[in-house]
Design a protein around this ligand. Structure first.
Ligand code: HGY
Ligand code: MN
Ligand code: MN
Length: 400
């Protein structure tokens, strides 16, 4: 096992339980942030944890900075490499790249997955200067607000605005990440350059019917919220299938009162909707709403839809794609360009500066499960490509 793979394995042991589950501002996030800070310092960087829980390492070279990074929070029962690989690989690449003539930051963001609170990308939005303070009042499933969780973590809600970087002093943001899809493996390539990141919308839907005794209410008199929600979910799936390159997922469902002998009176479920084109995503969202309206009338239920997250489709800068492709070819790998269906912190950083992403292959394209895996060889190749990119990086040519 390489040092990098050993560190990824060590980081993966820091969890809140349920396999690898490390949610924003949790005790595991706090422990992981401290370990990453140590690794940044061992790589010769000054490192601190900022007001919103990002771990920030700097090489100390004055002037405009290139920012590298990814996230160390995870989904529930996650794989070891989503986010975490990009952070540790960037630290190792900076260490190996030696004395660079420009400022470099590496940031371990803490809220890319957005599992604990409705909003997501909190840390990267803060760096980009687009954090919405309304999110501080949002609550997790235990009713704890982000603001309370941040203070418990040792952060400072009032210090978030000062995190924003100055666009004039930021050269670019580049993120190394596992592909989380099957394309590179199918192409037999260890790495690829990202062209664009699909836009994403998230919603919370509440369907309200009539609770009742499972034994006494005739079927003809029921307004069962769960069977209605089931038809809503099938409409979400059918709508995604009917729109080009669109994906939609109902990933979380809560049934109330949730007793085997009670007719569900209320169901709350999530929708994650994505498409490479924002217009397609918006059209699919409208079609879903229309389907819900029709189904609610037939079923005699009411519903409410709350949008909890919106991230527009994000293009990666052509000049960064070119420099990443040059670095890939340096290692005798054909430069292959591909879109990202998964969301990333780069979507938030795009509000600050040009962004680029480099993917490495992951087995079967599997991600967001413990079966997620990468090879030590591909992990190493990702670092080597990033070192080549860093050593040849040139700020955006002005004629672009
Ligand atoms: O949901 C995503 O695409 C990312 O993994 N947060
Ligand atoms: Mn990720
Ligand atoms: Mn993820």
């Amino acid at each position: 096992m390489t040092e990098l793979m050993n560190r990824l394995a060590a980081l993966a042991q820091i969890t809140d339980g349920d396999g690898l589950t490390r949610l924003f501002l949790s005790p595991a996030h706090q422990r992981a942030a401290a370990l990453v800070q140590t690794w940044m310092q061992q790589a010769g960087l000054t490192a601190h944890i900022d007001a919103i829980g990002n771990v920030v390492g700097r090489n100390g070279v004055p002037g405009p900075k290139l920012i590298l990074g990814s996230h160390i929070d995870t989904v529930r029962n996650a794989g070891w490499y989503d986010g975490n690989y990009g952070v540790l690989a960037a630290i190792e690449a900076i260490r190996r790249a030696g004395n660079l003539p420009y400022g470099v930051e590496v940031i371990a963001f803490g809220d890319e997955e957005g599992v604990r609170f409705p909003k997501t990308l909190s840390g990267s939005r803060a760096v980009a200067g687009i954090f919405d303070p309304v999110a501080l009042a949002s609550q997790d499933s235990a009713g704890i607000t982000m603001s309370q969780a941040l203070k418990t973590f040792g952060g400072d809600p009032d210090g978030i605005p000062a995190i924003a970087r100055d666009p004039a002093k930021t050269l670019a943001y580049v993120e190394l990440h596992i592909e989380q899809g099957p394309v590179l493996e199918a192409k037999n390539l260890p790495a690829g350059i990202v062209t664009a990141i699909a836009g994403a919308s998230r919603y919370q839907v509440t369907v309200t019917g009539a609770a009742g005794h499972a034994g006494t209410v005739p079927m003809s008199m029921r307004r069962d919220a769960l069977t209605a929600a089931a038809e809503f979910c099938l409409a979400v799936e059918a709508t995604a299938r009917a729109h080009p390159e669109t994906v939609a997922t109902v990933g979380a469902v809560t049934v109330k009162p949730g007793a085997p002998n009670s007719i569900p009176g209320q169901v709350i479920f999530s929708i994650d909707l994505r498409a490479p084109e924002d217009a397609t995503r918006r059209a699919a969202a409208a079609a879903i709403e229309a389907a819900f309206s029709r189904l609610a009338a037939v079923r005699g239920v009411t519903y409410a839809i709350t949008q909890t997250h919106e991230a527009p489709a994000t293009a990666c800068a052509p000049w960064l794609q070119f420099q990443l492709a040059t670095a890939v070819e340096t290692h005798n790998i054909p430069a292959f360009h591909l879109p990202s269906g998964a969301g990333h912190d780069a979507m938030a950083l795009a509000a600050l500066c040009p962004v680029g992403m480099l993917f490495i292959r992951c087995a079967g394209g599997i991600s967001h499960t413990p079966e997620e895996s990468i090879t030590a060889e591909d992990a190493e190749m990702g670092v080597r490509i990033l070192v080549s990119f860093l050593q040849n990086f040139a700020p955006e040519p002005k004629n672009v």
